[in-house]
Design a protein around this ligand. Structure first.
Ligand code: FEO
Length: 403
């Protein structure tokens, strides 16, 4: 755990976690940071918490001491989001003190009671409500339901124009060289850009329409610094992360990079051989190709790479009258995430009968994914020259449809 002064009277507590699955399911090759903030006027407010707080109370006491604050000085705790990665520390804090007021939406108040009991004094806030901390520090509250749970809100500090956005504008990746995005090297920024799209696709894609509304709400405020619950703080050029989030909302609805993601499921390498021919064919084209072999690719990578591509190739064999299960599960996950309107091609090998295609279309229809497929190609046994030619024509049709 570190604490850093990020603005006049505003401090960030941040802790890197690298040995967890996010939400107990998303792989984190570079971990994730958990960020919490403290706003100091005459009164003191803590905005969101950090999971476990790394050994509350000792850690909390030590960090508050560096700011000339004791635990008795905490007047408010703002709960922007009730998901326990941010609110779980209330369980620890209530063992030390409950002599503070929680500021939270009405739905959040309900969740606090059901998750942590009724020990707290709660003040429900609504759109535009303010709390004056003194010394010019004024917090205002802006509910953004379903970014990412129904109780979520943004908190804005008016004098420094700082937006505490919790999950919104967040990203995976651990904070090392600096907590400020703008102070990172170009390669570290590129790394965070990818970790941010990975985070969005894994955690927020399902809620893209609500994220769009939260972006509008951000733009109605005069924001000069964005301080999220995960990932780096954005200062000065906050439009950078706002524009990224705008783009991600379009990715969820069919847009994407000039890229084809190939999901490969091949039991004995027959379908995979056809994929190799297609990769070679695409290498001459002006397009990025991302090939993920299942079940070896991570769930997080599958969702990210499908999300960011305009075109998808599903190359999967038939397995027991259905599609090769690891690929079926991957498409199913993309459906649960509401990744819609992609352009796509299916091809794959079969032995007894060609059932994978029907299974695939069932998943697409079940989740109302509205992916547009060019003519599918199922082939018995290995792909011969004629089949490879057909698949290449399918790839051409896919490229055409992506224009
Ligand atoms: Fe970082 Fe939705 O919790």
């Amino acid at each position: 755990m570190n604490n850093v002064r990020i603005n006049d009277g505003i401090f960030m507590f941040t802790m890197n976690l690298d040995d967890i699955l996010f939400e107990s399911m998303w792989e984190l090759p570079d971990g994730v940071s958990m960020n919490s903030y403290l706003v100091k006027g005459d009164k003191v407010a803590i905005v969101d918490g950090v999971i476990g707080w790394d050994g509350v109370p000792e850690t909390l006491y030590a960090h508050l001491k560096t700011m000339d604050i004791t635990v008795d000085d905490i007047d408010y705790v703002v709960v922007n989001h009730m998901e326990p990665d941010h609110s779980g520390w209330l369980e620890n804090l209530k063992e030390i003190t409950t002599d503070f007021t929680i500021l939270v939406t009405a739905k959040g108040a309900q969740f606090i009671s059901s998750y942590y009991g009724d020990a707290f004094h709660i003040q429900v806030v609504e759109e535009g409500d303010t709390v004056d901390l003194g010394q010019g520090k004024v917090l205002s509250f802006h509910p953004t339901p379903n970014v990412h749970w129904p109780e979520t809100m943004l908190t804005y500090e008016q004098s420094t124009q700082t937006l505490f956005s919790c999950d919104m504008y967040g990203g995976f990746g651990t904070l090392q060289a600096s907590v400020f995005y703008q102070e990172l090297s170009e390669s570290d920024q590129a790394h965070f850009d990818y970790e941010t799209v990975r985070y969005f696709s894994n955690v927020l894609t399902t809620f893209s329409p609500m994220v769009k509304r939260a972006i509008q709400k951000t733009e109605e405020l005069n924001v000069n610094m964005i301080a999220p619950g995960h990932g780096p703080v954005y200062k000065d050029s906050v439009n950078k992360i706002i524009d990224q989030y705008k783009q991600y909302c379009e990715y969820a609805n069919g847009d994407g990079d000039n890229k084809i993601t190939i999901l490969v499921g091949s039991m004995y390498g027959v379908t995979e051989k056809a994929v190799a021919a297609i990769e070679s064919y695409l290498s001459d084209k002006d397009i990025t190709v991302s090939t993920l072999k299942l079940p070896y690719a991570t769930k997080s990578d599958v969702v990210t790479e499908v999300f960011t591509a305009k075109g998808i190739i599903v190359a999967a064999s038939t397995y027991e009258y259905r599609m090769f299960p690891p690929v079926a599960h991957a498409i199913d996950e993309c459906g649960r995430k509401k990744i819609t309107n992609k352009k796509a091609l299916y091809f794959g090998s079969y032995g007894w009968n060609a059932s994978a295609e029907k299974d695939l279309m069932g998943i697409i229809s079940n989740y109302r994914m509205k992916w547009t497929f060019v003519d599918p190609i199922s082939f018995e046994g290995a792909a011969n020259k004629e089949t490879i030619h057909k698949i290449k024509s399918g790839v051409d049709a896919l490229l055409e449809s992506m224009q």
